[in-house]
Design a protein around this ligand. Sequence first.
Ligand code: BGC
Length: 455
Amino acid sequence: MNPKDEFPEAYELCKRFMLGEDQMIEVIDRMTKEINMGLARDTHARSVIKCYVSHVQDLPTGQERGKFLALDLGGTHFRVLLVTLINDFETNIESKTYIMEKSLISGPGGDLFDFLAECLANFCKDHHVEGDNLPLGFTFSFPLRQNGLANGVLTAWTKGFSCDGVVGKNVVQLLEEAIARRKDLKINIVAILNDTVGTLMSCAYLSRNCRIGLIVGTGTNACYVEKTANAEMFQNYQTSSKPYMIINCEWGAFGDNGVLDFIKTPFDKLVDKQTPNVNRQTFEKCISGMYLGELVRLILIDLIGKGVLFKGHSSEFIFQKWSFQTSFISEVESDAPGQYRNASLVLDKIGVRQTTEFDKRCLRFICETVSTRAAKLTACGLVCLINKMNASDVTIGVDGGVYRFHPKFHDILVHHVSKLLRPGFHFRIVLSEDGSGRGAALVAAAAVSNKFTKE
Ligand code: BGC
C-alpha cells in the first residue's frame, strides 16, 4: 500500500518534507548565488554562506613525515591525538577522547580553554612529549574567519555550544593563553582548521582528485578547492603564486536569510525555536544529527495527540525535548523490509510499549521521510559545489555519524547527485579516515615545512 493510503494523517504531516526535483534544482540555484556572494568582496558582508578562506593552499603530496599533535573540538567529544606520519601508507595515531560536560559547552569560555589545555597537558605527559614543542594542528569545527593559518576568529557558536567570551576572539590565542597559564607544557600551534578541511586533506592524501570535504554528523558543512583568483576575501588573491585555496563554505547557515523558507515545514520552525541559535543554521537544522531525531519526535507527538499512533498512549519520555536520538532513526531504518525488530527496540527505549505493526511501519515512514530529505539536501549542496568547480571527475571525502551510521544515506545521496549532475560528470564519495586527526597533522606538516606561504 502506498503511504498516502496507509498513513493518511502521517502522510499529510510528512508530505512537505518530500522534495521534488524542481525544488532541489531551485535549492542548488539559490545556494550557488549565496556561495558567489560569500566569495566576492563586494557582497561578502551580506552573504549567509560565508565561504571563509582556510589559508590551506596545498593538498598533501604524500611526502609529509613526522610527529604532530592534533586537537579535535566540534561536538560532544574532545580528542587529543599524537599523529606520526611514517610514510605514504602508514600513519600511527594514538588518541584519547574526553567527554564535554554540558557545563563546559555553555559555561565561560575561559573554563573551556582551561579544560582543553588540561587534557592536552595530561595527554602529552602520558606520551612524554610535554617539553618537545611539537607542532599542533587544531581542528575547531565552528565558523571561523581566518586571518592566517594559525589565526581564526570565531564568528558564532553552532551545535548547541554557547560559551561566553569566545565569539569575536582568535581561538588560537585563547588556547595559547590557557597553555601559558599552566606553565607545564611547550606546544607550537601552527594551524587551525575546520573538520571539513581535515576531511578533505586526509582523503586527498589517498585520492588525488579529492576536491570536496563533507561532514554530515552533529552538524553539517563542506569545503572545496577554489581558484585563488576567485577567493576575493583572501588578501593576496590576485598575487598569490598558489593557484588554489580551500574554501570552508559554512553551508549550515544557508537559508538564514529566508531563501529556504519555500521548503521549510512547521516542524523545522518548532525545532529551531528550541535551539540556542534561533534563526541560524537553517540548512544544518534540516540535515544534521543534532536535529533529525527531534524532527521525528515532534511529528510523533503530533500524531500521538491526534490519536493516530500508539492508540493515543505514550510515555512521558517521548514528551521530553531532544529525547529521540538521531541514532534511533538509523536503527529503525536498519530493519529488513517487513521486519520491525529494531523499531520495537527503539519504541521500547522511548518507553512506548504494546505497539502495533501499524505503529512501527508508520514510525519507519516518518524516519525515512526526515532522513531522505536530509540526504537530498546534502546532494543539492554537493551538486552545487561540483558545478561551481566544473569538476568532471571528482572525489568527495566525507565523515560524520549521520553519513556513517545511517543505512541508506550514502545510497540516497549518490542517487540524487547522479540525477542532478551534468551529463558526463563523474563523482565518487569516500569515507574519510580520521580527517580531524590525520587531516590536522597533514596541515600542520605542511605549515612546518613552510609549504604554506605566509601570505
Ligand atoms: C559548523 C562547521 C562544521 C560543521 C560540521 C557546523 O555546525 O559551523 O564549522 O564544519 O558543523 O562539524
